[in-house]
Write a protein that binds this ligand. Structure first.
Ligand code: IPM
Ligand code: MN
Length: 359
């Protein structure tokens, strides 16, 4: 019996989560997966009502669950950062979900804006470091609002944090068995972290060194490298070059929005925040899209794929595969339209169709 915490949160989050749960129910019935849902009222509305973001008692309960399913965070009446940091990042950091898995896969029948590229060209996965980098919230400011204002936002990288994400990415590349190629995406031509006088090295930063050192344990995996700006170019020009990408938190955030676009839009991109030894959390990568709230027009495929990832992660491979197959069949049928808010297909209709295909 799995205990699944559900945090629909803000904006369109509850709408897409409802469809994900519909599909979960269908898959669980078919493959006899027993689960229990514990829903939490977290998000902008609760914050505005009570001033609470993520109460410690909720955090303690979440830490006892088998998995967390999250909708979207962000509220138009709450200053940016409060909910993002107070809920989403607090969960990722607090539960040490150090891996953010973001598959970029163009399913057949889905439109990509990239000319002459098809499903055989766009099939890779980004392994985003999820607990360090620019996201740690270190820094400060002074003389705010004056012409002498100073703002500092520090990126933090540890050997432990870098090594564990890189090792995970090598393992995943091996397990995936596609091109056996792992690409490190960084900006080591500028972010050199200083000239190490003691080591007499220059430009060989922590990520590159760790990538090479850990890579010695994986002679079967080809080591590849791209600066982040060039990687954005290759995503558009030659997406078929990628198999698995490993990168830091900030670059991973940015390149996966681009990745979502080439795989058919924010409506299809799912992600998993993974702690292999703890509680993992699954969510669509899109935001709360406040202006579409309650309109029943958001494509729920990303949120449904997140449920598929959650099933696979829990070891329910058949249920996970069935969800992915149902998504593939629904997309190939053309019945989901262009997956945009103007597709004419309602959120609930898309969910019904996919749930029926699972059955
Ligand atoms: C994402 C989102 C978050 C991030 C925001 C909402 C904090 O953009 O999951 O990609 O930056 O990680
Ligand atoms: Mn993002």
């Amino acid at each position: 019996m799995y205990k699944i915490a559900v945090l629909p949160c803000d904006g369109v989050g509850p709408e897409v989560v409802a469809e994900g749960l519909k599909v979960l129910e269908a898959a669980a019935a078919r493959y006899e997966v027993k689960y229990e849902i514990v829903e939490y009222d977290i998000g902008g509305d609760r914050y505005l009502r009570t001033g609470e973001v993520l109460p410690p008692t909720v955090m303690e309960e979440l830490a006892q669950c088998d998995a967390i399913y999250l909708g979207a965070v962000g509220h138009p009446d709450v200053a940016p950062g409060i909910l993002e940091k107070g809920i989403l990042l607090a969960l990722r950091f607090g539960l040490d979900q150090y891996i953010n898995l973001r598959p970029i896969r163009l399913y057949p029948g889905v439109h990509t804006p990239i000319k002459d590229k098809g499903p055989e060209d766009i099939d890779f996965i980004v392994v985003r470091e999820n607990t360090e980098g620019l996201y740690v919230g270190m820094g400060g400011n002074m003389k705010k609002g004056t012409p002498d204002e100073v703002a500092l936002q520090t990126a933090v990288y540890t050997r432990k944090g870098t090594e564990r994400i890189i090792r995970y990415a090598y393992e995943l590349t091996r397990k995936r068995g596609k091109d056996s190629k792992l690409t490190l995406v960084d900006k080591a031509n500028v972010l050199t972290y200083g000239h190490d006088l003691w080591q007499r090295t220059y430009g060989h930063d922590l990520w590159q060194r760790t990538f090479r050192e850990v890579g010695e344990e994986y002679p079967d995996i080809q080591q590849d490298h791209a600066f982040v700006d060039a990687a954005c170019m290759w995503f558009v020009k030659n997406p078929e070059w990628f198999d698995v990408i490993v990168t830091c938190n900030m670059f991973g955030d940015i390149i996966t929005d681009l990745g979502a676009m080439i795989q058919g839009g924010m409506g299809v991109a799912a992600s998993g925040n993974i702690n292999p030894d703890g509680v993992s959390m699954f969510e669509p990568i899109h935001g709360s899209a406040p202006k579409y709230t309650g309109k029943n027009v958001i494509c729920p495929v990303a949120a449904i794929c997140a449920v598929g990832m959650m099933m696979e992660y829990l070891g329910e491979e058949q249920a996970g595969q069935a969800i992915e197959n149902a998504v593939i069949a629904a997309l190939a049928s053309g019945k989901l339209g262009d997956l945009s808010t103007r597709s004419g297909v309602k959120t609930t209709e898309a969910g019904d169709l996919i749930a029926s295909l699972v059955e």
